[in-house]
Unconditional design. Structure first.
Length: 299
């Protein structure tokens, strides 16, 4: 694990999260995507000295860093080394309902810059892209062994332009030389699209994102969480989700709207201010939606 200079990660929409979660003393919250602990730390500070947070994190290195950063909060925080799809099961084990749940679906700076798992197209690293080493499937395995039709499906689902033709190109490319590192993939993408410089990063980001989503089953996991999490909210408990691309945002918007257990509080998504985007460019694509648990009789 490479740690130098990677501890800082500015939590996105921090004040907005605290406001919409209605963070107060004597409350119980869940941070389903702990990361380096920015949102959780702020919740614990705002709700001091009695608010408690259950935090979920399935990346091993990030988990270690977060534990160290949050060690002074003692039993006010319980860190659970699992994906957020286990929130309902774990809260049922605890025998509690909670006042609010946060899912921040963005990648932390640490994962992009310090994990060594190939999340960034700007670093030459193995084509891994696993959030957790408990997973078996890697991006390299997908690129080198999946059929052309399977690659097309992954790229199409990720809204990658010319997905069918790109899948054909990647299959031909791997026959000459297997994909081993991120730069192998970057080179292939540039060769296929020959994009103008201003569009290059966007295309690279889309292909990398499509592979990462498949490796980690991100959309499937989000669908499950959206279905299960309302069950562990107290009446009027808040469910806050921050997304970073349209695939996730559409799922959240639809799930909130169609769930009879929830009252949608944000007709339009909340986005970062210009000041926040200037300070933290990675926040620019963030969208936050909020829903509230109705009374248990459906009112």
């Amino acid at each position: 694990m490479r740690e130098e200079g990677l501890y800082h990660h500015e939590p996105v929409l921090l004040e907005e999260v605290l406001y919409w979660l209605r963070v107060e003393r004597d409350k119980i919250y869940v941070d389903g995507t702990l990361g380096l602990g920015g949102h959780t730390k702020a919740i614990l500070e705002r709700g001091a000295p009695t608010t408690k947070v259950y935090a979920f994190e399935w990346n091993e290195d990030t988990l270690q860093l977060a534990r160290e950063r949050l060690k002074d909060y003692g039993d006010r925080i319980k860190i659970i080394p699992k994906n957020f799809i286990y929130i309902k099961a774990e809260m049922e084990k605890e025998g509690i309902l909670v006042d609010g749940v946060l899912l921040d679906l963005g990648l932390s700076s640490f994962l992009l810059e310090g994990s060594g798992r190939g999340f960034s197209f700007q670093k030459d690293e193995p084509l891994d892209m696993r959030m957790s080493l408990e997973l078996e499937l890697t991006a390299g395995h997908i690129l080198n062994t999946f059929s052309e039709e399977e690659l097309r499906r992954i790229l199409t689902n990720g809204e990658v332009p010319k997905a069918k033709a790109l899948a054909q190109f990647l299959v031909k490319k791997r026959k000459r030389s297997p994909f081993k590192t991120t730069f192998d993939l970057v080179s292939a993408i540039k060769e296929f699209y020959r994009p103008p410089k201003k569009k290059e990063k966007d295309l690279l980001a889309l292909v990398f994102q499509a592979l990462r989503i498949e490796v980690n089953k991100e959309l499937e996991n989000l669908k499950r969480a959206l279905k299960e999490i309302p069950d562990i909210l107290k009446p009027c408990g808040r469910f806050v989700v921050i997304t970073f691309h349209s695939l996730e945002d559409r799922l959240v918007k639809r799930a909130f709207k169609e769930d009879p257990r929830l009252l949608v509080l944000t007709k339009k998504p909340i986005v970062p201010s210009l000041e926040e985007v200037r300070r933290n460019p990675r926040a620019r694509s963030a969208k936050m939606r909020v829903a509230e648990r109705r009374e248990f009789n459906g009112r």
